[in-house]
Design a protein around this ligand. Sequence first.
Ligand SMILES: Cc1ncc(COP(=O)(O)O)c(C=O)c1O
Length: 392
Amino acid sequence: MNIEQLRADTPAVAQLIHFNNAGAALMPTPVIETMTRHIQLEASLGGYEAAAARSTEVDNVYGAIARLINAQPDEIAVIENATRAWDMAFYSLPLQPGDVVLTSTTEYAGNYIPYLQLKQQRGIEIRVIANDEHGQVSLSALKEMLDDDRVALISLPVIATNGGPVQPIEQIGALARAAGVLFLLDACQGVGQMPIDVQKIGCHMLAATSRKYLRGPRGAGFLYVERALCQSLEPAFLDLHAASLQTADTFNIRPDARRFENWECNVAAKLGLGAAVEYALAQGIEPIWLRIQHLAQYLRQRLADIPGVTLRDLGAVKSGIVTFTHRDSSALQVQQWLAAQGKRINVSTSTFRSTLLDMQHRDLLAVSRASLHAYNTEAEIDVMIAALRQRP
Ligand SMILES: Cc1ncc(COP(=O)(O)O)c(C=O)c1O
C-alpha cells in the first residue's frame, strides 16, 4: 500500500494520532470534498434541486456498496446508521412466541436490547452460543443448537465493538444455510476493515455503518437483504418512499431493499458514504486488512512489554481493535492521559454497557481500546507506547 498517499489523503494525521477508528475513523479528502461539494450545491441550488442534479451519483452509491460486499444494487438500502439498518431487518422478521434467536457472547447491546424487547413483547427465546477454546463461536455448539426446529435466526457481529475474535462467519453462514435458518450479520466493525463477501458468507441480511472502518461520514449506514428474501419481509415502518398508495385503501411496497429506507435523508452523507466505499475499493480491501492486522500485531507485541498492561483480545483471528487494561490506571485515565499528550493520541474506552455478556463473562468493567487503520504507522504506535510508559 502507498502509506504516504494514504496519509496525504488524511490531513489530520499531521496534528494527532488517531487510534479510534472503531469509533469513527478519519475521513479521507475525497470523502470530505464530495460532501462539501454537495452541501455547497444545496446552498446554491436548493436541496431538492441539488439531489436531482446528482441523482446518477446518488444511484451509484448503491452500486459501490454492492461491489464492496459482492451483492446486487437492488439488495442495498442506505439508512442513517448501522443500528437502524439492523433494526429495520430484525423488526421485519415474523418472529413468533417460542422462536429462538441464537447470538454470540460478543453481541452488541444495541442489538441485544431488541432481542429482549421481542422476548417481552412476543415471547421469543434468546440463546447464547458457547465459545470454543479461542473465545470465538464454537461451531460444534452451534451445530447442536441448530438441531432444535424452533431456531429461527442466527444474529451476531463479525467483530465486537470491544475487539475480541473475528467470528468464523463463513462457517456460521454455511451451518445456517444447511439448517434453513436465517442469518443476520452485524458487519459494523467489519466493512472497510476486512473482506466481507455476502455470497461467501451466505448471510441473508447484513447491517453496517459508514463512519468506522469505511472512513465515511457520520449519520450513514446500510442494510443488505438477499433478493430472494426481500419481498417476503415487510418493513416494520413504511413511508411513501418504501411504499406507494394505489387507492385510498391500498398500497404497494416496493420490491427492492429500498423498502427499508425512508424518503428524507442526508444526501451529502449518502454521497460521502459512496465516496468512502470507492476510496476503500481503490486501496483494496485485502491490502487494508493485511496492513491493519500487521499494525495490530505490532501494537499487541509492544503493549505486552509494558509492566502492568494486560492484553484482552481473544480469538484465533484478531482484528485491528486492540484492547487492554492497565493495573494502575482505569481505561478512562488511560484515554485522558493519551489525549493530553503534546500530539494528541485518540484511544477510547469500551465498557460493559456495550458488550455486557462478554465483559461479564470475563469479569471486566471497561477496557482501553486502540483501534488501528491502514493509515496509522508503527511510529505512531511507538509514540503511544512511550506515552504509556511515562504515565505516572
Ligand atoms: C459491533 C457493533 N454493532 C453495531 C454498532 C452500532 O453502529 P451505529 O452506531 O452506526 O448504529 C456498533 C457501534 O459501535 C458496533 O460496534
